[in-house]
Design a protein around this ligand. Structure first.
Ligand SMILES: [Zn+2]
Length: 399
């Protein structure tokens, strides 16, 4: 930690303090305590160690983790410097006694208060979620930033459920993005337009910005257009999902396998339009294949159906935990199920997979709508891709 207090409660900061300076040497002789748990802390400082405080005994302190790395101290210092340059009112390691938490940096901006947190190491998604809701409960906006090292600079990135919680939504740019920070390089990397292709793989585009060009809290997010290449990647990941089902899901209690069995259906016969690249895919924690597959089954069963039936089906599947909602920084819109069904039906109409009569839909009796011969799955996909790619990409980019 960078902030401790005297026995009288006066805060002492080691922010930007120099090793071996008279200030540090003086502090070494003083009795100081942790602002959170009030137990004794000692000054730690060295050639390669940023001056900081550490608890004397390794007793658990709920306000502060003792495993705080030098890297975290360094990042905190750099982030605070960056925020201060913007003339923002910051407070390092601010304690929030109501929720028993200590933010890395608190930032006050107009009527908003932010808790800027640099999350060095993965923690459980439940714990992460709890921290965010604690802050929100007291009206503080949590602003999490990941270390740059944790996310590869590639166009196809893997993000586990923990990292996905750092995905933010930009209303102005209408897209999901992720921020990482490198204190050494003094730069932010923005992963623009995250598009989930499976449970953990995302397609993205990234840009690195020197920190002095970035202003809190609006990070630059560039516009994005889906391309043929992205769509091809989606198809590839969909097919991978099919194969992995047989590899990894063996339990008779698996809802997906049970559904297949009940319907006497092979996954490889599933129509080529299941697993479409939709904006709504981000709301579901599973592969786009999964939630769209369940809707396909419902469509198949009902033959003629209303939009509301699919909405109900999807809500039931979420309620029964057959489908999981993806946990992102901001919660999904309250009507995300309606949005997802509407988007899917709209695209299926555009691709002439389904037709609409009044308020009712039905699948066209043409080849596109039907189940396919598993042997020739690849060819079927190729034909559909060639015929529909322009429409599908255009509709995605229009939203
Ligand atoms: Zn403490």
């Amino acid at each position: 930690m960078l902030i401790a207090e005297t026995m009288l409660g006066k805060p002492i900061s080691l922010y930007l303090a120099q090793h071996n300076s008279p200030f540090i040497n003086l502090l070494r002789k003083q009795q100081l305590r942790c602002p959170s748990c009030k137990s004794t802390v000692l000054v730690k400082s060295g050639q390669k160690v940023i001056p900081h405080f550490a608890h004397k005994s390794k007793a658990a302190c709920s306000g502060f983790s003792e495993n705080e790395s030098i890297f975290h101290l360094y990042a905190k210092t750099e982030l605070n410097r960056w925020l201060s340059f913007q003339s923002l009112h910051t407070e390092l390691e601010k304690t929030y006694p109501q929720i028993n938490r200590r933010a890395d940096i608190s930032v006050k901006l107009k009527s908003n208060e932010y808790a800027v947190e640099f999350q060095c190491s993965p923690i459980s998604s439940e714990l992460q979620h709890a921290r965010s809701s604690d802050y929100r409960q007291i009206g503080v906006i949590p602003f999490w930033i990941l270390p740059a090292e944790l996310v590869k600079k590639e166009k196809l990135i893997k993000l586990t459920a923990f990292y996905q919680q750092f995905i933010r939504y930009s209303q102005t740019a209408n897209q999901f993005y992720l921020i990482t920070y490198s204190p050494e390089k003094q730069s932010f990397t923005i992963y623009h337009h995250l598009m989930p292709l499976s449970k953990t793989f995302f397609c993205t585009d990234y840009t690195t910005y020197p920190q002095k060009t970035v202003h809190f809290p609006s990070f630059p997010v560039s516009s994005f257009k889906m391309t043929e290449q992205t769509y091809q990647l989606q198809i590839k990941m969909n097919e991978k999902w099919l194969i992995n089902i047989f590899k990894y899901r063996k339990s008779v209690r698996d809802p997906l396998l049970r559904k297949l069995y009940e319907n006497n259906l092979s996954l490889f016969e599933v129509p080529v339009w299941v697993g479409l690249p939709l904006k709504s895919n981000i709301y579901f924690a599973d592969s786009p294949m999964e939630w769209q597959f369940y809707l396909y089954l419902k469509i198949k069963k009902s033959k003629v159906f209303a939009q509301q039936q699919l909405v109900y089906e999807l809500k039931q599947l979420i309620y029964k935990r057959v489908l999981t909602v993806r946990r992102l920084m901001e919660p999904a819109p309250f009507n995300f199920v309606e949005i997802a069904v509407e988007e899917m039906l709209h695209l299926l109409l555009q691709c002439h997979v389904i037709q609409k009569e009044g308020n009712r839909f039905s699948v066209h009796s043409t080849e596109t709508g039907r189940e396919i011969d598993a042997q020739n799955r690849k060819e079927h996909i190729e034909v559909f891709y060639r015929k529909m790619k322009v429409k599908i990409i255009q509709e995605y980019n229009r939203r």
